[in-house]
Every structure is written in structure tokens, then in C-alpha cells.
Design a protein around this ligand. Structure first.
Ligand SMILES: Cc1cc2nc3c(=O)[nH]c(=O)nc-3n(C[C@H](O)[C@H](O)[C@H](O)COP(=O)(O)OP(=O)(O)OC[C@H]3O[C@@H](n4cnc5c(N)ncnc54)[C@H](O)[C@@H]3O)c2cc1C
Length: 154
């Protein structure tokens, strides 16, 4: 795979999540659906396309336009990638201390119980990460509709 910037990458699995213009995927017969001025990718469960190892998520996969829906679809595609890779272990979710073990249940694979100290450390780390993204105003201009952007000469 070669990026617009000319960097080359080799990967067993690729997720396309670039909004609703799938025209750049035509060459690999991924199953592009043209509708009005848009080009979507036909996907099955988990964002799987007609090509093994190529997934599509969000608007490009014809999901409804709400941000949270597209993000959720991306998460489902991520799970499909992990599943299809055959990985036998990955860290999936955390629970409060004793959630399983105090009920006499063995800890399921990919699960971790957090004691209070570790829970607070994770809480702090999460808030740090969120602050990094939303702590300052976004300087970038919002994306306008292409027809309006053209009128502005941009
Ligand atoms: C003006 C406007 C207002 C909206 N308001 C709301 C709202 O209030 N609430 C709401 O829920 N939704 C809103 N939406 C819809 C929402 O923003 C989108 O549906 C959602 O962001 C789609 O998510 P996505 O991940 O599929 O695509 P995007 O969020 O568009 O992400 C695609 C990413 O791919 C990148 N990309 C594209 N092509 C390439 C390429 N060739 N190589 C590398 N990267 C590439 C883009 O730069 C972008 O970062 C609005 C949309 C618009 C345009």
C-alpha cells in the first residue's frame, strides 16, 4: 500500500475509513457501490469486504452519518480484524476488583480485574489522554461541502 505522501506499507489487514469516496478502492475489486455523487463499499458483518484482509468502516461503508455510529462501526471492524487474525489473546476489557473472582468465577481470557489503586491510575491516564485531544481549541477549519469550498476558491 502506498500513501498519498509516497510512504509504502505492507500489511495483512487494512481498514478503509475515509468517508464516502471509495473510488480509490476500485482497482482491487472491493465492491464499490455508486450512488449519486458518492461511492460506498459493500461490506458484510464487521466491515468485511469482498477482498480478504480489506475492511471498510464508517461512512465509506454506508453507515448512517452520526459520528458515534461511524465510530462504533470502526470498533466492530477492529474486532473483526483481531478475530480474523487468529490471535488467541488480546486485552479486551477491565472490571472492578472481584467482579468475577468474588463470585467464584475464573477470570475470562482477555479480562483484568483492577484494584482501587490501579483503577485510579487508569482513570488519571484516561483523563490525560482526553485532555490532550480536547484541552485546547481546534485551530483547523471545519470541512465544508465541496461545492461551498469551491465557491470560496479553496
Ligand atoms: C458539516 C458537517 C456537519 C456534521 N455534523 C454532525 C453532527 O452534528 N453530529 C454527528 O453525529 N455527525 C455530524 N456529521 C457527520 C459526521 O461528521 C460524519 O458522518 C462522520 O465523521 C463520519 O465518520 P467517518 O469515520 O466515516 O469519516 P470521517 O470522520 O470523515 O473520517 C475520515 C478520515 O479519513 C481521512 N482521509 C480521507 N481520504 C484519505 C486518504 N486518501 N488518505 C488518508 N486519509 C484520508 C480524512 O481526512 C478523515 O480524517 C457532520 C458532517 C458534516 C460534513
Amino acid at each position: 500500500m502506498t500513501t498519498d505522501g509516497g510512504e509504502e506499507y505492507a500489511a495483512d489487514r487494512v481498514v478503509a475509513a475515509s468517508w464516502k469516496d471509495a473510488s480509490y478502492l476500485r482497482d482491487i475489486d472491493v465492491g464499490v457501490i455508486d450512488r449519486e455523487s458518492k461511492a460506498f463499499v459493500h461490506v458484510e458483518e464487521g466491515g468485511r469486504t469482498d477482498v480478504d484482509g480489506v475492511y471498510a468502516a464508517g461512512r465509506i461503508a454506508d453507515e448512517p452519518h452520526q459520528t458515534v455510529v461511524c465510530a462504533g462501526h470502526g470498533a466492530k471492524a477492529g474486532l473483526a480484524v483481531v478475530h480474523d487474525s487468529g490471535a488467541n489473546y488480546y486485552r479486551d476489557w477491565v472490571t472492578p476488583d472481584g467482579y468475577f473472582t468474588e463470585r467464584g468465577i475464573d477470570l475470562p481470557p482477555a479480562t483484568e480485574e483492577l484494584n482501587e489503586e490501579k483503577r485510579r491510575a487508569c482513570d488519571e491516564e484516561s483523563r490525560e489522554v482526553i485532555r490532550e485531544y480536547v484541552g485546547e481549541p481546534l485551530d483547523e477549519k471545519p470541512t465544508m461541502h465541496p461545492s461551498l469550498a469551491d465557491e470560496d476558491g479553496e
